[in-house]
Design a protein around this ligand. Structure first.
Ligand SMILES: Nc1nc2c(c(=O)[nH]1)N[C@H]1C(S)=C(S)[C@@H](COP(=O)(O)OP(=O)(O)OC[C@H]3O[C@@H](n4cnc5c(=O)[nH]c(N)nc54)[C@H](O)[C@@H]3O)O[C@H]1N2
Ligand SMILES: Nc1nc2c(c(=O)[nH]1)N[C@H]1C(S)=C(S)[C@@H](COP(=O)(O)OP(=O)(O)OC[C@H]3O[C@@H](n4cnc5c(=O)[nH]c(N)nc54)[C@H](O)[C@@H]3O)O[C@H]1N2
Ligand code: SF4
Ligand SMILES: [Mo]
Length: 684
């Protein structure tokens, strides 16, 4: 037997941690996967989900050959075909669709199954081909866009501070993020800070596994965080603890913003948020006297009508206290924007023959059912499972069921979405293809070297599109660039933060930290806004039709509307500990550990609704319904019902939480509003 080989790679999943990993290969087969011990974030550990990666790769359910639909759409009946047959059929159908309806009738729908710059969402693998065809552009709005826009108006970038600097904080506010579930590697830095005396506060309507580990937990009503932040700033200003020198030198619009803050005294913030006034005052006082204070937030918080405004206003808090200037202070969000990847070179928008429209990921139902200029006639689903992950499930399914829609799904497994495909193409998994990654919860780049040959007839996304381009007879040379060439182009921006980071080096070492100082305090000198300051008042926001001054935008389905009378609870469907979005929800072991859909309700609400623990209930509204087992306990605040995202509809009675969620844009960027959802709960 040959000596086992160790191949360095990286986890491709939509998780801030982007772990570096090491695959052990014996006789051409991957036999072990473990976290890279030297990586400062990974430190040798992966997670509950990805520890099952190789079992998943070797699963008997894996799609290993191209398939053609034989049953009705959604039924999931397929017959094996050859790659030649698949490519011929796709080329033929695309050719006819472009001729009859124009290129915009094609929608390449990239999901977050892989975030890679070569194979995945970040690089929108295959988009050069879609550019040449003049296809509609995909707007990846599902996850973090509202918050990104909100931060952009305040700080000029969606990139917050380096999460590693949380280790230097004296007060860490985990605001609407369940760190121990959704990116647990950050916890080590939180614990480092604690050892040096830091206090940890969680702000979440749910007492999550993270909130349980915090020193203090505040549970606001969903979608009211900006009001809470304004209330905290009101307390700080009331104490005269605002940093006047910082405000004068590094911020814009303090006078107007101070007036707004003045309108949110603690009693009003308490009324809006449902957090006791005394808790708001106490936390405000603590922030006032603690430097540095860091706010750590992620994506969950923004999935509301006012999600953009919430992140924008949260970013103002460290402006009032001057924390942005201190290592260990400021706001931590996605670090994506710190990476100077050469998107232009990679995406090649210049290949488009004409300007093309943009279709929003969160509005797939609308895109398939209502858009008619031209209608979408071909849908390419690449590493996405929208039949389970996109809002307003019944509309998404009705769209996917359209007989006149030609759907190609590139997948590892026969998901609910794949069940609607005309053609399913077998895709490689991460340890079978090459890719380039950046973490969005840290500052490291990673190279993923293929460790084993693809099983069956699986092909990588890039190779699939190279073959399709050839089949379409396209001559544009850049459609045939190799994965390594694409990586070189992505890394070729010449930016100083990439100094010394070459593909060769990444290949050897597996990962590399951006060339920035340690500790990295990106906003110590100022902000990349037009004024170079933190903008409490933003002309760019005003020009985009938003309030010029940062503030509070209430939830669309809050407790004070007519709708709430019929739908007494606010539903949150956050990250499951055992799944990654809808991935792994088909893994037998993880499914066993997670159990079926559950909905947690506070004892007071349960009593009012006549529901008991363990009872089968129906969660419903006018968009749809979901059957779940009720769990009655006080880990959710009154007025809130909690479930998790990720369950496969076909394993759970045909629906998951997205049956209840509206296809409605948040205030900024067209983000999704998953947690802004009123429901009623009745006994089954
Ligand atoms: N295990 C696991 N890890 C994951 C994922 C997964 O599915 N499973 N998903 C990955 C993805 S795609 C993403 S985007 C990230 C998301 O990472 P996070 O943002 O950390 O995760 P979420 O679970 O979406 O939301 C976090 C918390 O926000 C709370 N929340 C919801 N609404 C509000 C609100 O109005 N105010 C406040 N204060 N809190 C609110 C929820 O109760 C939840 O506990 O995680 C990634 N990591
Ligand atoms: N109710 C509710 N719904 C939510 C959310 C929520 O908080 N609540 N969160 C939303 C968020 S944050 C996100 S990011 C979206 C995610 O939604 P999607 O982008 O649809 O992600 P997944 O559901 O994980 O589906 C990814 C699919 O890609 C496949 N895949 C993985 N890797 C590869 C690959 O390399 N190649 C190919 N071809 N396929 C691959 C996997 O098998 C999987 O079926 O869900 C959203 N949905
Ligand atoms: S899902 Fe996140 S924590 Fe798990 S291995 Fe991937 S990057 Fe690491
Ligand atoms: Mo996400």
């Amino acid at each position: 037997m040959a000596r086992p080989l160790k191949v360095l790679g990286a986890c491709p999943l939509d998780c801030p941690d982007t772990c570096s990993w090491e695959v052990t290969v014996e006789d051409g087969r991957a036999t072990r996967l473990r976290g890279h011990r030297e990586h400062p974030f990974t430190r040798g550990a992966l997670c509950t989900k990805v520890n099952r990666w190789l079992e998943r790769a070797h699963s008997p359910d894996r799609v290993l050959h191209p398939l053609r639909r034989t049953g009705r759409k959604g039924e999931g009946r397929f017959a094996r075909i050859t790659w030649d047959e698949a490519l011929d059929e796709i080329a033929d159908r695309l050719g006819r669709i472009v001729e009859e309806h124009g290129g915009e009738a094609i929608w390449p729908y990239w999901g977050t199954g892989s975030l890679g710059w070569i194979q995945g969402m970040n690089g929108q693998a295959g988009q050069r081909l879609f550019n040449v065809l003049g296809a509609s552009r995909h707007h990846p709005s599902i996850c973090s866009i509202a918050g990104g826009h909100g931060l952009f108006y305040a700080t000029g970038t969606s990139a917050g501070i380096d999460p590693e600097t949380l280790a230097l904080s004296k007060l860490i506010i985990l605001w609407g993020t369940n760190t121990l579930t959704s990116g647990h590697h950050l916890w080590k830095f939180v614990q480092d800070a604690r050892r040096d005396g830091a206090r940890v506060v969680a702000i979440d309507p749910i007492r999550t596994r993270t909130a349980r580990q915090a020193d203090e937990h505040l549970a606001p009503l969903p979608g009211t965080d900006a009001a809470l932040a304004l209330g905290l700033m009101n307390v700080i200003v009331g104490l005269g603890a605002e940093d006047r020198a910082y405000l004068a030198e590094h911020t814009l619009g303090w006078d107007e913003f101070r007036e707004r803050v003045a309108r949110f005294p603690p009693h009003r913030a308490a009324e809006i948020t449902g957090v006791p006034e005394s808790a708001i005052v106490a936390l405000g006082e603590r922030i006032a006297r603690t430097r540095p204070t860091a706010v750590r937030t992620a994506m969950g918080l923004q999935r509301h009508a006012g999600g953009g405004a919430a992140l924008r206003t949260l970013a103002c808090l460290p402006g009032v206290t001057g924390d942005w200037a201190l290592p260990g202070g400021g706001l931590s969000y996605s670090t994506d924007d710190h990476f100077p990847i050469d998107r232009g070179a990679l995406f090649r928008d210049d290949l488009r023959p004409v300007r093309t429209r943009r279709l929003s990921m969160t509005r797939l139902g609308e895109g398939l059912l209502d858009v008619d200029d031209p209608p979408v006639k071909a849908l390419f689903v690449i590493a996405a499972n929208p039949a389970a992950s996109a809002p307003h499930q019944s509309r998404v399914r009705a769209g996917l069921a359209r007989e006149d829609l030609f759907t190609v799904v590139m997948e590892h497994f026969l998901t609910d979405t794949a069940d609607h495909a005309d053609i399913v193409l077998p895709a490689t998994m991460q340890h079978e293809h090459a890719d380039l990654h950046n973490g969005y919860g840290h500052l490291y780049l990673a190279w993923n070297e293929p460790a084993v040959a693809p099983p069956g007839e699986c092909l990588s996304t890039t190779e699939t599109f190279r073959r399709l381009a050839r089949r379409l007879g396209l001559t544009e040379p850049s459609l045939y660039d190799s994965d390594e060439e694409l990586a070189e182009q992505a890394l070729g921006s010449g930016h100083e933060r990439l100094a010394g980071i070459t593909l060769d080096r990444l290949r050897k070492e597996g990962f590399a930290r951006l060339a920035v100082p340690t500790p990295f305090t990106p906003f110590a000198e100022g902000f990349p806004t037009p004024s170079g300051r933190l903008e409490f008042v933003s002309r760019r926001a005003a020009m985009a039709g938003h309030d010029p001054v940062a503030g509070y935008v209430p939830p669309a389905e809050g407790p004070d509307l007519e709708r709430a009378r019929r739908h007494p609870l606010s539903l949150i469907s956050s990250a499951s500990h055992h799944f990654l979005n809808t991935m792994f929800a088909d893994d037998p072991e993880l499914r066993r550990r997670a159990g079926g859909p559950r909905v947690v309700v506070h004892p007071d609400d349960a009593a009012a609704l006549g529901i008991v623990d363990g009872q089968l209930v129906r969660v419903s509204n006018d968009r749809g319904s979901l059957d779940a087992v009720a769990e009655v306990n006080d880990s959710v605040r009154p007025g809130v019902a909690a479930t998790t995202k990720g369950h496969w509809p076909k394993h759970s009675g045909g629906a998951n939480a997205n049956a209840l969620v509206d296809e409605r844009d948040s205030d900024m960027g067209g983000g999704a509003v998953y947690h802004d959802t009123r429901v009623r709960i009745t006994a089954r």
